[in-house]
Design a binder for this molecule. Structure first.
Ligand SMILES: *Cc1c(COP(=O)(O)O)cnc(C)c1O
Length: 463
């Protein structure tokens, strides 16, 4: 396709409509290392590269849209989390962020554990050789079948989410002649999202058992009475895309408070606490996430301090980062199909995917950035909205971003930080085929989840 100029659209900051952007970046060709994985750069011809491979070559070989996952970056993040917490703690990767058999193997090799929350995730983990004892099973409504499989294969822990589930898991384990290690998930009355946290009244959601009103203490009482389960600790997960440690501080204090209550009432010190995941990543240059070693230091200090005050032995800590490991490791590569300038508003750039490969913008009003990837451009910045090909006006991938004004059909554009909750939440809306995930490392690219085909779609449609 030719790069013909299109009618002049909105270009300059002084004519821009309201939106989620500040000023255009100084250099549209620059790739902020905060939002791109570590092996991403630009070749001398201007094309974006990952692991030394130009995206133009990747697009030829694998097509678009496609997710490209930087294996080196993924492994480095695993190692950073593992080393930050050390041998005295456990890091569980939250599989729901993105799970495939290759990823399970990398996690295993890097010494991480794995959270799953469905039979499908459990099957993926086991089929790639993750030892069952390194798997934690989550979810607010695990089916009897899922519980039975989890107990039978011997998962390291099941995180109990309700009074009914305490009994259900205990009975199933007893029937199978097992004693299942469990944690109880509590809601500490803190909810944290993005840059803020709220410390009251957030018991009004479906997960966990509230600490308030003594409910969690009652859950511990019940769990301790049942033979089929062994209560090893308390679990808390306060939210997602969190940048501020204040929410964890309150959560840790309240969980340790429960441990002290349990000690006073039952004379036992539960050996573990799990503080969940939710650590934020940079989707745009405005985000400033903490490093794993800073997070580990802060959490260890908080827990030690609270335990000292309560005269408790410091329990073994676990954390469950999902997004913070896989989010920054991948970008989505799209081909531009149409460019539609709306006078006085912005220019709509349509790509060959959309809400079926990234629902986060439509679902959470998420922010992303985007770069022209197949070439460098010195054209002036143009306010753009990157939209998909679905029959839905909310089908937006990037709400507001600057692209060079000469963007044209056939150009490749890349949206960084799409490793988490994009492929895992992908759909077949409009019978669009879900994109592949391609792992790239040291100059080599290989498909780890293949592109869906029309045969795949038709195979499920049994007429
Ligand atoms: C979703 C979830 C996580 C991971 O959250 P991220 O924001 O991806 O780090 C960890 N633990 C539990 C229980 C979760 O539900």
């Amino acid at each position: 396709m030719s790069r013909s100029a299109h009618p002049a659209g909105p270009r300059h900051a002084d004519v821009l409509p309201e939106g989620h952007y500040t000023a255009p970046p100084a250099d549209l060709n620059a790739l902020d290392p905060k939002v791109w994985s570590q092996t991403v750069g630009r070749a001398t011809d201007g094309a974006v590269t990952v692991a030394g491979i130009e995206v133009t070559r990747l697009a030829e070989e694998f097509g678009t849209p496609a997710y490209f996952l930087d294996e080196t970056d993924f492994r480095a993040r695993c190692a950073a989390w593992r080393d930050a917490f050390g041998p005295g703690a456990d890091v569980f990767y939250a599989g729901k962020a993105f799970l495939s058999r290759a990823v399970v193997r990398w996690l295993h090799e890097e010494g991480l554990n794995l959270d799953v929350c469905s039979g499908g995730e459990l099957a993926t983990a086991l089929s790639a050789g993750m030892p069952a004892e390194r798997i934690a099973f989550h979810g607010n409504n695990k089916s009897e079948d899922e519980i039975e499989r989890a107990v039978s294969v011997g998962v390291g822990r099941i995180v109990l989410d309700s009074f009914q589930e305490i009994v259900r898991v205990a009975h199933i384990a007893q029937r199978l002649g097992k004693r299942q290690r469990v944690q109880i998930r509590v809601t500490v009355g803190v909810e944290a999202h993005t840059h803020e946290f709220i410390a009251t009244a957030h018991e009004d959601q479906k997960f966990g058992i509230a600490l308030a009103d003594g409910l969690a203490a009652e859950a511990v009482r019940r769990a301790l009475e049942l033979d089929g389960i062994e209560l090893i600790g308390i679990h808390s997960h306060i939210g997602s895309q969190i940048f501020d440690m204040a929410g964890f501080e309150v959560a840790a204090r309240r969980v340790v408070g429960l441990l002290a209550e349990v000690r006073d009432e039952h004379g036992i010190e539960l050996p573990e606490i799990d503080l969940g995941g939710g650590l934020g990543i940079a989707y745009t240059s405005d985000d400033d996430p903490s490093e794993p070693h800073e997070i580990a230091k802060a959490l260890n200090e908080i827990v030690s301090r609270e335990c000292e005050a309560a005269e408790l032995r410091v329990p073994r800590i676990s954390v469950e980062p999902g997004r913070a490991i896989v989010g920054p490791t991948a970008f989505t590569l799209y081909t531009v199909g149409t460019v539609k300038p709306l006078e006085g508003l912005r220019t709509y750039v349509s790509v060959d995917g959309g809400m079926s490969d990234n629902i986060r913008t439509a679902l959470y009003d998420a922010e992303y950035t985007v770069a022209l990837a197949s070439r460098r451009s010195d054209a002036e910045p143009m306010l753009a909205r990157v939209v998909g090909k679905h029959c839905e006006s909310g089908d937006i991938v990037v709400k507001d971003a600057f692209l060079p004004a000469d963007i044209a059909p056939g150009d490749l554009i890349a949206v960084p930080a799409t490793g988490a909750y994009c492929r895992s939440m992908a759909s077949n809306y409009n019978h669009v085929l879900r994109p592949p995930v391609v792992a790239v490392r040291d100059g080599e690219a290989r498909v780890i989840v293949r592109r869906e085909t029309e045969e795949d779609l038709l195979r499920l449609d049994v007429g």
